[in-house]
Design a protein around this ligand. Structure first.
Ligand SMILES: [Zn+2]
Length: 595
C-alpha cells in the first residue's frame, strides 16, 4: 500500500480492543445476553419505578448502547468499506442477527415507559430526571396515539399484506421495467436502474429522450400505480382516525419533534418565495444558451466549466481552512479526522456507494466514508460529512446517547453549514467568472432540489388527502393532475415540461413506503434552516459562533423549536425563514453578477 492510499483508508481497529473475528462475534453474543439481562431486570416492572428507579433504567440503557457501540460499529463499517470480503460478510451477518435479537429483547421498554408516564406524568418534570426531560416528553407526546396492545398487533399483521405489500409491489414493478432507447443509432434495452443514469448525460438530447421514454413507459401502467397510492392514502386516513391524529400530517409532525405552526410558516415562506427560484432557473437557461430550461436541464451542469481537480492534501486544506474561518476548535476536530485516519476515501471495489458519517459517541468522534475522485463535488461531500463529524464531536461531549438521536430537521445543520463555509472560501479563491459560476450553480441547484422541488412534493401529498376528503376518486389522471398542480406552484412557467412528466409520481418510492407519510418537509426545513442560520452568521459575525455551538451541542435534548429559541430565533415566524431566502437571493445575485 502506498503512503497516500494508507492515508485515505480508515483505521477502524481503533473501535475495538481486538479485531479477531471470533472475539467480535463473541462480543456481539455478549450484547444479546446483556439485553436479555436488562429485560429480566425490568420487564413488567417499569410501571412501579419512581424517579430514581427510572433514572437508573435510563442510565443503564445508555451505558448499554455505549458499551457495545464499538463492536457494532466496527462490524457495520467494515462491511460498508468492503462487502466482498469474507470476514466482513460474516461479521455483518452476525451483527444483523444480534441486533434483531437485542432489539426484540428490549422492545418492551418503549411500551412500558409509555404506560408509566401515562400513570405518573409528573415524572417528566422531576428534578432527578432533568437530563432526560425532553426524551420523556417525546414519549408522552406519542401516548394518545397508541392503541391497545391487541389492536397494535392486528395493525402490524394487517400492514404486512396491506401497505407493506403495496410498497413491495411498487418497488418490484419498477425494478423489473425495461425501456428501449436509441443511443448513437443503436437501439438499447435498459432496466430502470440503468436508464436513469442518462438523466445526467452531457448530451442534452439524450437527457430529454431518456426522460421521455421512462415516463411514457411508467404512465402505461397508471392503473397499477394509482391502485397502490390510493390504497396507501386510504389506509393512512383510516389509521389517522383510529390513532386520533387530527390531520394526515400530524403523525409525521410528532415523529419529527416539530410543531405544525413552524411547518406552516416554513411552507408559506417557500410558497411566497418561488420567484427567486424562477429567477435562478431563467438565469441558468441564459448560461446554457437556451430560451427556457427543459425539465431535463434543471440540474444539468453548466457548459464550458473548467474541470478543476483537487489532490487529497489540497482537499484537506480547503475543508479544514473553511471550518477554521468559523471556529478554530471545529477546524482542529476536522483536521483530527484526517490525522487519526477516521475517513475512508479510497476508491475501491466492493465499497458502498455514496457517502455517510457515523457518530462514535463512546470515542467522542466519528467515521466518514466517501469515494474521493478529486472533483469539486468530492470536496463538497467531504466538507458535508465532516460537518456531521463536528456535530458528533460536540454532541458526544455534552449528551448521553438518548439525547443524541438527531431528527431529520436538525441533522443536516452542521453539514450544510460546512458546505456554505466551503462555498465562501472557494468563491474567494476562484480566479475566473466561469469558476465562480460553477460553484454558485452547484449550491443553488442543491438548494433548488432539496427546498423548492421537495416543497412541490409536500403540496402534492397534501393535495391527495384534500382530494379524497372532497370525495374524489384517485385514478391515474387525477393523481397526475395533483402532481402537476403542486409542481407548477413552484416552477410556474420557468420550465418546459415533457407531457410525460405528469407520471413522475409513479416512481417516487417515498409515497409507497409503509407508515412514512409526509417524509418531505423535513428536507425543506433542514435546508432553509441552515440558509437562515448562515445569513444570521453573515449579519452577526463572530457573535453568532457560540449560538451555533450551543444549538449543535444540545443534540436531541431539546426540540428543534426550543433549540432555535435558546439562541434567539423563532421558527414559527416567517421572518426567521425569510432570512434563509435572503441568503438564497444573495447567491442568485452573485451569480447574476458573473453575466
Ligand atoms: Zn448529510
Amino acid at each position: 500500500m502506498t503512503a497516500l492510499a494508507e492515508k485515505m483508508r480508515w483505521d477502524i481497529a481503533q473501535l475495538v480492543e481486538n479485531t479477531d473475528p471470533d472475539w467480535i462475534t463473541s462480543k456481539l453474543e455478549e450484547m444479546v445476553e446483556a439485553a436479555n439481562g436488562l429485560a429480566r431486570r425490568y420487564r413488567g416492572k417499569i410501571k412501579d419505578l419512581d424517579a430514581k428507579g427510572l433514572l437508573a433504567l435510563l442510565t443503564a440503557r445508555d451505558d448499554f448502547s455505549l458499551r457495545y457501540e464499538g463492536v457494532t460499529e466496527y462490524s457495520s463499517l467494515r462491511y460498508s468499506a468492503d462487502s466482498t470480503d469474507a470476514v466482513s460478510k460474516r461479521l455483518n451477518e452476525a451483527l444483523k442477527k444480534a441486533g434483531t435479537r437485542a432489539g426484540q429483547a428490549l422492545a418492551f421498554m418503549e411500551i412500558e415507559l409509555g404506560d408509566l408516564l401515562k400513570a405518573k406524568p409528573g415524572l417528566v418534570t422531576d428534578t432527578n430526571l432533568q437530563e432526560y426531560k425532553h426524551f420523556l416528553e417525546r414519549i408522552v407526546r406519542r401516548i394518545p396515539h397508541v392503541m391497545t396492545e391487541e389492536l397494535e398487533k392486528i395493525t402490524m399483521s394487517k400492514d404486512q399484506n396491506g401497505v407493506s405489500a403495496w410498497s413491495q409491489l411498487q418497488g418490484d414493478w419498477l425494478g423489473t421495467r425495461t425501456f428501449k432507447i436509441m443511443i448513437d443509432g443503436v437501439e438499447k434495452t435498459m432496466p430502470y436502474g440503468e436508464i436513469i443514469s442518462l438523466y445526467q448525460s452531457t448530451n442534452r438530447e439524450l437527457r430529454k429522450e431518456s426522460n421521455r421514454v421512462v415516463y411514457d413507459g411508467l404512465g402505461r401502467d397508471d392503473q397499477l400505480w394509482a391502485s397502490a397510492i390510493r390504497s396507501i392514502c386510504g389506509d393512512h386516513l383510516q389509521m389517522c382516525e383510529w390513532r386520533k391524529y387530527p390531520a394526515p400530517m400530524t403523525q409525521s409532525i410528532i415523529d419529527n419533534d416539530v410543531e405544525q405552526a413552524a411547518i406552516d410558516a416554513l411552507m408559506r415562506t417557500m410558497e411566497g418565495s418561488v420567484e427567486a427560484y424562477r429567477r435562478y432557473l431563467r438565469l441558468k437557461a441564459k448560461f446554457m444558451g437556451l430560451e427556457k430550461l427543459g425539465n431535463w436541464d434543471i440540474v444539468a451542469p453548466l457548459p464550458g466549466v473548467p474541470e478543476k481537480k483537487y489532490t487529497w492534501e489540497e482537499s484537506r486544506k480547503e475543508v479544514v481552512s473553511a471550518y477554521r474561518s468559523f471556529d478554530p476548535e471545529w477546524a482542529g476536530w476536522v483536521d483530527e479526522m484526517y490525522g487519526r485516519r477516521h475517513i475512508d476515501a479510497e476508491v475501491r471495489n466492493g465499497k458502498r456507494s455514496g457517502a455517510f458519517c457515523a457518530s462514535w459517541l463512546a470515542g467522542k468522534s466519528a467515521w466518514v466514508l466517501q469515494s474521493f475522485n478529486g472533483q469539486m463535488g468530492d470536496v463538497y461531500t467531504q466538507a458535508h460529512e465532516l460537518g456531521h463529524a463536528v456535530h458528533a464531536y460536540l454532541g458526544s461531549r455534552h449528551q448521553k446517547p438518548s439525547n443524541y438521536e438527531i431528527g431529520s430537521c436538525i441533522a443536516e445543520t452542521a453539514s450544510v453549514f460546512g458546505e456554505l463555509l466551503l462555498t465562501d472560501r472557494l468563491l474567494a479563491e476562484a480566479k475566473t467568472r466561469e469558476e465562480k459560476r460553477a460553484i454558485l450553480a452547484t449550491v443553488l441547484d442543491e438548494f433548488g432540489m432539496a427546498a423548492y422541488q421537495v416543497s412541490a412534493r409536500v403540496f402534492f401529498e397534501q393535495g391527495m388527502y384534500d382530494a379524497i376528503k372532497e370525495g374524489k376518486f384517485l385514478d391515474g389522471e387525477t393523481v397526475s393532475s395533483l402532481w402537476t398542480a403542486g409542481r407548477d406552484k413552484i416552477y410556474g412557467d420557468a420550465i418546459e415540461w415533457l407531457p410525460e412528466m405528469k407520471w413522475e409520481w409513479t416512481m417516487k418510492p417515498h409515497y409507497y413506503i409503509p407508515n412514512y407519510r409526509f417524509y418531505n418537509y423535513p428536507y425543506v426545513y433542514a435546508q432553509l434552516f441552515v440558509f437562515a442560520l448562515y445569513r444570521l452568521y453573515k449579519e452577526q459575525g463572530l457573535a453568532f459562533v457560540p449560538k451555533l455551538r450551543t444549538l449543535l451541542a444540545a443534540g436531541s435534548s431539546r426540540s428543534p423549536t426550543e433549540l432555535a429559541k435558546d439562541v434567539g430565533f423563532d421558527v414559527t415566524s416567517e421572518d426567521f425563514w425569510r432570512k434563509g431566502m435572503q441568503q438564497f437571493e444573495d447567491f442568485v445575485g452573485q451569480l447574476e453578477a458573473t453575466l
